[in-house]
Write a new protein. Structure first.
Length: 340
């Protein structure tokens, strides 16, 4: 599955190209609990069609009732009108009515009938893998596009709003076994673009998952060609040091937010010892290497292990501190407290 923001913007562009009235809704601010983060977007067509989301469905229902003719009523999307800021869930009664969590409040920006040409240019840039900033002038709705150097959070002030889109998160898998197929499936519906590397023809012949880019290079060369950035993860699944080790070392030199390898604790310790002995690595240079990978859920089968690994990858992506990391931090503190 492709990046959700790109899907929303492409669908909105197509609606506007077809002459449909439609609006773009962006979560601008949240207070208290919120079902969707700041920067989330949703598009709504005049016939009630919706793509994307700004809540669990309750606010979408209200927007559909107000700005579509799906049930023979609703207001026209005001063509040419400047964007409007609206709040939901300000009072306890409203929060209850709209199904927001206790104390939750959302502020949304509604852009009425965004320009199709600007959307077309933005979508084209995103489809080329570029990171783009979209700035909206609040008084007029005028849009400026510029290529961004790094991902950034949404910003808003009295005059304009800037939101950053794309490129999608990417995953490089080393090894085409059954576990890789389950993990790639979960990564795809989580919005990752997946590349699979395996120079072994006998493993690739059983691969049946569409929508995954496959490379037959040696894994370390594949990592270099992949060029991992801060939206990339590299996962080694072969259990073969000849394939995994050099690829992991290359990945550790990159900005990849997650680098890990499958295997038991004993195998992970052996891998670290091997890298220190043969590749002049240190505990510090290997600090980002994860292994064994996955959150402990008692998993035994390939699909359960894939759930465990994908959960850990998403937790790291979302900057969630995992129990294992707390244990490591405590162990380091204890070591520092020991008398020398």
């Amino acid at each position: 599955m492709e990046n959700l923001d790109v899907m929303v913007l492409r669908t909105l562009r197509d609606w506007r190209r077809a002459g449909k009235r439609a609006l773009l809704t962006t979560v601008v601010r949240t207070w208290g609990s919120s079902p969707r983060p700041v920067g989330s977007i949703m598009a709504l067509a005049e016939d009630g069609a919706v793509v994307g989301s700004v809540s669990g469905g309750c606010i979408e229902d209200d927007l559909i009732a107000r700005y579509s003719h799906a049930h023979g009523k609703g207001e026209d999307v005001p063509l040419g009108a400047p964007p409007a800021l609206v709040k939901y869930g300000i009072t306890a009664d409203e929060a209850h009515r709209f199904g927001l969590p206790c104390g939750g409040t959302l502020e949304l920006l509604l852009e009425y009938a965004p320009d199709a040409d600007s959307l077309d240019l933005l979508v084209a840039q995103l489809e080329q893998g570029k990171l783009m900033k979209r700035t909206v002038t609040l008084a007029t709705g005028a849009v400026r596009l510029a290529e961004a150097r790094a991902p950034d959070e949404l910003t808003v002030n009295d005059t304009e709003l800037t939101n950053t889109f794309g490129p999608e998160y990417r995953m490089l898998l080393i090894g085409a076994g059954q576990l890789a197929e389950y993990l790639a499936t979960m990564a795809k519906f989580s919005g990752f673009a997946v590349t699979l590397c395996d120079p072994r023809a006998e493993y690739r012949t059983a691969w049946s998952l569409p929508g995954v880019h496959i490379t037959t290079e040696m894994p370390d060369d594949a990592v270099l060609a992949f060029r991992p950035d801060r939206r990339s993860c590299v996962v080694a699944l072969t259990h073969d040091p000849k394939l995994d080790d050099l690829a992991l070392l290359e990945a550790l030199q990159s900005e990849a937010f997650y680098v890990g390898a499958i295997g038991s604790r004993r195998n992970a310790d052996a891998r670290r010892d091997r890298m220190i002995e043969h590749f002049e690595q240190t505990d510090e240079s290997l600090a980002r290497l994860r292994g064994p990978i996955g959150i402990y859920i008692g998993s035994k089968t390939p699909p359960e292990i894939a759930v465990s690994v994908m959960a850990e990858i998403l937790a790291v992506k979302n900057a969630v501190t995992l129990p294992r990391e707390v244990e490591v931090a405590r162990a380091k503190e204890m070591q520092q407290l020991q008398p020398s």
